[in-house]
Structures are given as structure tokens and as C-alpha cells.
Design a protein around this ligand. Structure first.
Ligand code: ADP
Ligand code: ZN
Ligand code: ZN
Length: 750
């Protein structure tokens, strides 16, 4: 059979779906892979042009007699584009979707951008004058002015956005200082490096023995033929960032580049400054506020060898560095590393594949590693490094777990336990700040007993059941259903119900109890507007409020030196969300929340309120004991055959016609069931098929949804099933109106 190659010609023109088909000459068959750079005839008149193979197929797109042959393989050094196209093919294979989806994920599109005005703030005072002014601000408790001047003293030129967004300084404060002739705001037309650093600096701390040991082991591993992925489990403040920088410095010395992935919410001014102090202007950043054009420019600079380090969220992974040394993934447990749109790739797994292709090393870091990564480390697939002590001695916060069932027994029906209330009173008096955290997620519709803490769970899946509008309780994995309970099945109490209080209600209640306190609230409502998020954080950082109430967005990445009390109002909210990662997420959130207390010089206190004080994720978080948590959690995953011990594939179907959605889900289930039955190789015998069932949100914008869950120990068996379904859908065009998406080892459930 003749083989054809679909080829894209100009990779950066945004026409990634525009491919040209060529025939593969017989002698080239074995050499040609997806991603291969080739030279092909183009147009009339014998002109040739370079292109990349994006797909190999035996189906001719038009009259085979008219299809031209590929002229030759382009044997010049393997260009970075070729690597990225190969990576796109890997993404398509492992996560589903089309090649076009995958290419668009990996390759940025060139766009003409209007030149944007850039504003830069210059310090006008010399050092001495500035220090004097700083003291004045300090004396007057002008905290915002103090912060801005302090930053300008260390770096006399700062990007305007950095000051407003990362330092949380308002335009009014900047204007006031400009009027006082302390600074000048300059406007530039030309495009500048967003990282905006003008000095050459190479400021490195002397590493402590633990850090040295970790660095030298990772360097040795990186120099080996097949470097392993490294996981650093290090408590917050143990000096992981210093380790990353040391590794990057070594790569720079060898002429290699590095990518540092940081969740956007944790990509703070301080972090960027640390990298710039070490690597000067050879650092660039990416963030979601940049336009497509700005992002493209940063990728161009990377390709042209103008930078050594790219820092950014998930998408920075595709920075076109041609000689990659390290891909570092900080806070590697964060769910934001998994894409929520097709292709639903995980940055960690994709980074490992990119590193394998490029001979680079992946370094993962976290204070609370994902169960997936820790499991791989325990299995020996990753190298594990433990950093158990803080680099700069500082006391860990004191943690109290409060049993809300006891509060109820003592007739305290308030959302605040007596302990939390008492400590809040104390902080308000001392003029220290408080954060109240509601770890709520979209679909936490679980039902629990307020007297004994009993939660109604699915007898098959050991996840909590969710209350539906019709009053019935449903399992989102297997579809198991039962009627609502009016009495607790465990203790008989009538206080059994869903948990409903939202941030707004809590704000009201707290205001009633502490009318004199100034309260800020941060949730999806109050952050809807552009910069809403930044404004609230600035206000809180400037001590314009005593109490900040919010959802999980308040516990990530922000350091407030004056916060000495953190209250977790109901730890159970993230514990019973009806998916297998609920305990893991709870442990991580509680650990992070606890980390918010006492960032300055004062010791912090944390109050965790819960109906389930003996749950291992709560006990372990309060004791800051990762290993205890891991042991319990992996036992649960193993027993119920959840990832990472087994692998899971979610097949999500959606259609505007409910009936078609239901039928198609049933049809797919039967096809998979039959494939399993007829499998003579025994590869599929352990396959488990769960559902089809309604997902948590079964109808969105009049689009109906159904899900099927497949479980199998081997990931590639699930990939094989995904391939079979994709092929089936391609051949059976009558089902085109039904959209099918795949999600491997889901992070957030459906
Ligand atoms: P992590 O990334 O693990 O949270 P960091 O690298 O941010 O830890 O270090 C925490 C704090 O300790 C930082 O303020 C950092 O400057 C400081 N630090 C880290 N390593 C050292 C060291 N070897 N000597 C002195 N201070 C250090
Ligand atoms: Zn009960
Ligand atoms: Zn179930």
C-alpha cells in the first residue's frame, strides 16, 4: 500500500490545519516519522520548500496520480520545530483530539500586534535620599508607599504592571509619588522584555549541605545517558528555589536553556525578581495577561538564543529552546498543570516526554507532592529527594483541629467555633490580620450528618454521593442512586443535610459577630472584573482590612506578613466532593492554608474546623506529616483501583439531543464490552467499565452530557481503546453531531 504524508509548510502562520499531501517514496518509508523535516516540490516551476510531516496515512486525499513525491529528508540539524511537531503527535496519541488541536497547543501562532504602550517607573532620588524617604513612610505607616520605594531602591526601574499587579500598589499611590518627584512614569512605544531587567547580576546564596547534596545528585543524574525525572519533596522554605537556580546556572554554563513552570497564581513579583537577580535579563516570563503577539515574541526571543530561562505557567513548557537542559515544575501537584480543554494534556507527563526527546532532565518540586509523582518515586521510576528543614529557621505554625460536632453538642450553631472566635478577637485587638478560608469547590453537593459527621457514600466507589435537584443522591462514577435520607443512617439524628453556606453568607455572619472589623471577600463574584483579584489582594496587603474571607484562591502564592491567624471553616467541603482525589486535594489545601499563617516574624496559628477530625487527610495536615498521609492514601487508591495504581480513562460525550447522547454512550459501552469479550490476548481481561452515567453537571447550555469510566492497570491499553473509538467515530459519520472527548487520569472530575 502506498504511504502518504501530510505536511505543513509554514509552521508559524496560523494555518496549522492547512496541510499538503505528498507521497512517500519507497526508500524513505522506514526513515520518515511524524515531525520529520522534509523538502518537497511546491507549485509549478520546480521550486522546492521545507516542511514538516504532521501525519502519515494510507488514505489519499485526492487523485493519487496527481500527488507529488517528497523530494528528500532535510538532513540539516534537527530543528526545534521538528521536535515540537513530534511532541504534538505524542500529545495527540496520549490524550486524544486531533493533530490540529495538538499542534495549536504546542506551536504559538504569529500575529500582528499593535505596538502597545509600555510604562516604566524610574526612581528619581539617589540612594541616600530614598532611604531617608523610606524611613518617613515607615514612621507614618504608609505601607504601600514603603513597599514601592523599597522595591525601587533594589531596582531603580520597574515595569508599571509589575508594580500594580505584583506589588499590589494602586495607581493613586504611584501618582502621589510622582507628584512628590520621587519617581517618574515613562511611556515607551517599543516592545521591551516583560521581565524588564537592566542590570547584570549574579547573586547566589551559598547552598547549605542539604541543598548541595540534592544539587550534586541531580547534576550527576542529568549527565547520565538516560536521566531520570527528579522529585524534590521539600517543605515550604526549605530552599528548593535555590536548588533550581543552581541547576539552571550549571545548564547556562554548558550553553543550555531551562524552563521553569510555576502555577500562574504563584508567579509573584518576588519569585521573578529572584531569578532576575541571578540571571539578569536572560530571563523571560509568560503569563495569561499577555496577548498572543507578546507570547509569540517571547518564544521568538527564546528561539533566537536571547534568553536562557523561561518562567511561566503550563504553556511555557512549549518554549522553543533548541538545547534544553532542565524543565523544572514547581508546585508540581497543582491541578492547573492539567489542561481543561482538548487536548487534556498534563504538563508533567508532557514535560517528561519533551525532556526525553531533548536529552533534558525534569525536576519536580513540592511541599505536598501529588500522589501520582510520589508513587512513581517510591516505585523507583523517579529519583526522590527529601528536604525536611527550612533553610532559614522559622517556627512552623501551631495547628488546632476543632470538632464541629462538639460545637453542636454545646449548642454553638455558629459557623465560627469557640476556639476560632476567641483567636479572632485576640488578633483584632493586636491589629494582626486574619484569613478565613472556605475550601469549597463547584460540585460539593455532599450530604452529611451534623451530629456525628457521617457522610453518605457510594457502596461501590467509596466516594460521597451528591444531592441532585430531584432530591435523590447519586454517585458520579457509577450512577448508583438512592433516595435522600431524613435521618442519619449512623446515629439517627435528623440534622442531616447538604452543606450550603457560601462566602457571602459567611461575610454577613462574621460582620454580625465582629461589627468593628473591616472585611474583604474574595471569590468568583468579587473577582469577576478585570484586576478584581489584584485589587483585593492589594487592599489586604495594605492593611485596608482585618479579615479576608475567600475560597481557595486566597491560600495560594500570596504572602502577607501581618497574617497570624488562618481559619479553615469546614475542611469537609473539599473532602467529600465525589471524586477519588478529594482527600489528596484536602491535604494539599490544608497544608497550604496553614502555610499562610505566620509568614513574617510572628508565629502563626491555624484553626481547622471539621465534622471529621479523625480523617487521615486532616490529621496528617495538622501534624504536617506527608508520609502518614501518603501511606493511607495509596492504600485507598490501591484497594479501589484508582490512579496512580491503576489508570483511568474518562470518555465524555456531549450532544444537543439528550436521547442521542444516552444511546451513543450505551453503544460505546457495548462496543468496549464486546471488544473485551472477544480479546484473545488477555490484554483486556482486567478492564473495568463503569457507567455510562450522568456527570456532576449533566446539562450545560442545553448540551447534554454522559460519561463512561474505564479502568485498567496499563495506560497503553486505555490509549488503544481511545484509538479504537476515534477510528470508529471517523468511520461512522452519522454520529458526527455527538462530541466525544477523552480525559486520562482526571484531575478535577466531571
Ligand atoms: P522553597 O522554594 O523551598 O520554598 P526558597 O528557595 O524560597 O524555598 O528558600 C526559602 C528562604 O530561605 C528564602 O528566603 C531564601 O532566600 C532562603 N534560603 C534558601 N537557601 C538558603 C541558603 N543556602 N542560605 C541562606 N538562605 C537561604
Ligand atoms: Zn449521624
Ligand atoms: Zn459509585
Amino acid at each position: 500500500m502506498r504511504l502518504y504524508a501530510n505536511i505543513i509548510i509554514d509552521i508559524s502562520q496560523g494555518k496549522l490545519d492547512k496541510t499538503f499531501q505528498y507521497a512517500v517514496p519507497e526508500q524513505m518509508r522506514d526513515q520518515l516519522t511524524v515531525g520529520a523535516p522534509v523538502i518537497v516540490p511546491f507549485g509549478n516551476g520546480g521550486r522546492t520548500i521545507k516542511g514538516f510531516v504532521v501525519e502519515l496515512t494510507t488514505t489519499a486525499e485526492y487523485d493519487p496520480a496527481k500527488i507529488k513525491e517528497i523530494k528528500s529528508l532535510d538532513t540539516d540539524a534537527m530543528p526545534i520545530e521538528s521536535q515540537l511537531v513530534t511532541l504534538a503527535a505524542w500529545i495527540r496519541k496520549h490524550y486524544g483530539g486531533t493533530m490540529n488541536h495538538a499542534l495549536k497547543t504546542v506551536i504559538p501562532i504569529r500575529q500582528k500586534t499593535a505596538e502597545k504602550e509600555k510604562k516604566v517607573i524610574h526612581l528619581l532620588l539617589d540612594k541616600e535620599q530614598a532611604m531617608e524617604q523610606l524611613l518617613t513612610y515607615r514612621r507614618k505607616h504608609n505601607t504601600a508607599r514603603e513597599r514601592l520605594l523599597e522595591a525601587l531602591i533594589t531596582q531603580p526601574e520597574l515595569a508599571y504592571e509589575v508594580v500594580t499587579q505584583k506589588l499590589h500598589i494602586t495607581a493613586n499611590v504611584i501618582r502621589a509619588l510622582e507628584e512628590q518627584c520621587i519617581l517618574r512614569v515613562e511611556r515607551y512605544r517599543s516592545y521591551r522584555n516583560p521581565a524588564n531587567y537592566e542590570q547584570d547580576a549574579d547573586y547566589a546564596l551559598a547552598l547549605n549541605p542539604t541543598q548541595q547534596e540534592v544539587v550534586s545528585s541531580i547534576l550527576k543524574n542529568a549527565a547520565s545517558d538516560h536521566p531520570k525525572t527528579c522529585l524534590i519533596h521539600g517543605v515550604t522554605g526549605s530552599g528548593k528555589t535555590e536548588v533550581y537556580m543552581e541547576l539552571i546556572a550549571d545548564a547556562v554554563a554548558k550553553g543550555k536553556q531551562s524552563i521553569v513552570l510555576i502555577p500562574e497564581i504563584a508567579l509573584t513579583y518576588q519569585t521573578v525578581m529572584r531569578f532576575q537577580n541571578r540571571f539578569g535579563d536572560r530571563v523571560s516570563i509568560l503569563n495569561s495577561k499577555m496577548s498572543a503577539g507578546e507570547r509569540f515574541d517571547q518564544f521568538e526571543r527564546a528561539k533566537n538564543g536571547q534568553i536562557d530561562v523561561m518562567i511561566g505557567p503550563r504553556s511555557a513548557l512549549f518554549t522553543p529552546f533548541s538545547n534544553l537542559g532542565y524543565i523544572i515544575i514547581d508546585e508540581e501537584h497543582e491541578a492547573s498543570y492539567k489542561s481543561e480543554t482538548v487536548p487534556r494534556y498534563h504538563a508533567r507527563e508532557t514535560a517528561i516526554e519533551r525532556a526525553r526527546m531533548a536529552g533534558a532532565t525534569v525536576v519536580l518540586g513540592s511541599a505536598t507532592p501529588s500522589i501520582d509523582s510520589y508513587y512513581k518515586a517510591v516505585q523507583g521510576e523517579y529519583l526522590l529527594f527529601e528536604m525536611t528543614k527550612r533553610a532559614v529557621a522559622k517556627q512552623l505554625p501551631v495547628c488546632y483541629v476543632v470538632d464541629l460536632r462538639e460545637e453542636l453538642k454545646e449548642h454553638n450553631y455558629s459557623i465560627l467555633s469557640r476556639k476560632l472566635e476567641e483567636l479572632m478577637e485576640d488578633r483584632l485587638q493586636k491589629k494582626e490580620q486574619i484569613m478565613l478560608f472556605l475550601n469549597r469547590r463547584g460540585m460539593s453537593g455532599f450530604v452529611s450528618c451534623r451530629s456525628c459527621g457521617y457522610v453518605i457514600k457510594c457502596p461501590h466507589c467509596d466516594v460521597s454521593l451528591s444531592a441532585h435537584k430531584n432530591g435523590r443522591l447519586v454517585c458520579h462514577y457509577c450512577g448508583y442512586e438512592r433516595e435522600a435520607a431524613d435521618h442519619c443512617p449512623s446515629c439517627g439524628s435528623p440534622h442531616i443535610s447538604g452543606f450550603k453556606a457560601g462566602t457571602q453568607k459567611i461575610e454577613l455572619l462574621v460582620h454580625k459577630r465582629f461589627p468593628q472589623a473591616r472585611i474583604l471577600r474574595m471569590d468568583t463574584d468579587t473577582t469577576k472584573n478585570k484586576d478584581g483579584h489584584e485589587k483585593i489582594l492589594s487592599a489586604f496587603a495594605n492593611y485596608e482590612a482585618d479579615i479576608l474571607i475567600g475560597t481557595q484562591m486566597i491560600v495560594k502564592g500570596h504572602d502577607f506578613a501581618n497574617v497570624t491567624l488562618v481559619g479553615v471553616l469546614a475542611a469537609d467541603l473539599s473532602l467529600h466532593v465525589g471524586d477519588y482525589r478529594a482527600s489528596e486535594r484536602t491535604f494539599q489545601l490544608l497544608t497550604q492554608a496553614a502555610g499562610r499563617a505566620g509568614r513574617g516574624d510572628k508565629v502563626g496559628e491555624v484553626v481547622i474546623q471539621t465534622y471529621d477530625p479523625s480523617h487521615y487527610s486532616i490529621v496528617a495536615a495538622a501534624a504536617q506529616d506527608y508520609n502518614a498521609f501518603y501511606k493511607q492514601e495509596i492504600a485507598y487508591r490501591s484497594m479501589l483501583k484508582y490512579p496512580p495504581v491503576w489508570n483511568m480513562l474518562v470518555i465524555l460525550l456531549s450532544s444537543a439531543v439528550e436521547d442521542r447522547c444516552i444511546r451513543m454512550a450505551g453503544l460505546l459501552a457495548r462496543i468496549i464490552e464486546n471488544t473485551k469479550k472477544n480479546d484473545t490476548t488477555d490484554r483486556l481481561s482486567r478492564l473495568q467499565i463503569i457507567g455510562p452515567t450522568e456527570p456532576a453537571v449533566a446539562k450545560v447550555n442545553d448540551i447534554y452530557k454522559r460519561v463512561l469510566y474505564l479502568k485498567h492497570p496499563a495506560y497503553d491499553v486505555l490509549v488503544q481503546i481511545k484509538d479504537a473509538i476515534e477510528t470508529y467515530m471517523e468511520k461512522n459519520r452519522q454520529y458526527q453531531d455527538i462530541l466525544i472527548q477523552f480525559d486520562f487520569n482526571p484531575m478535577n472530575g466531571f
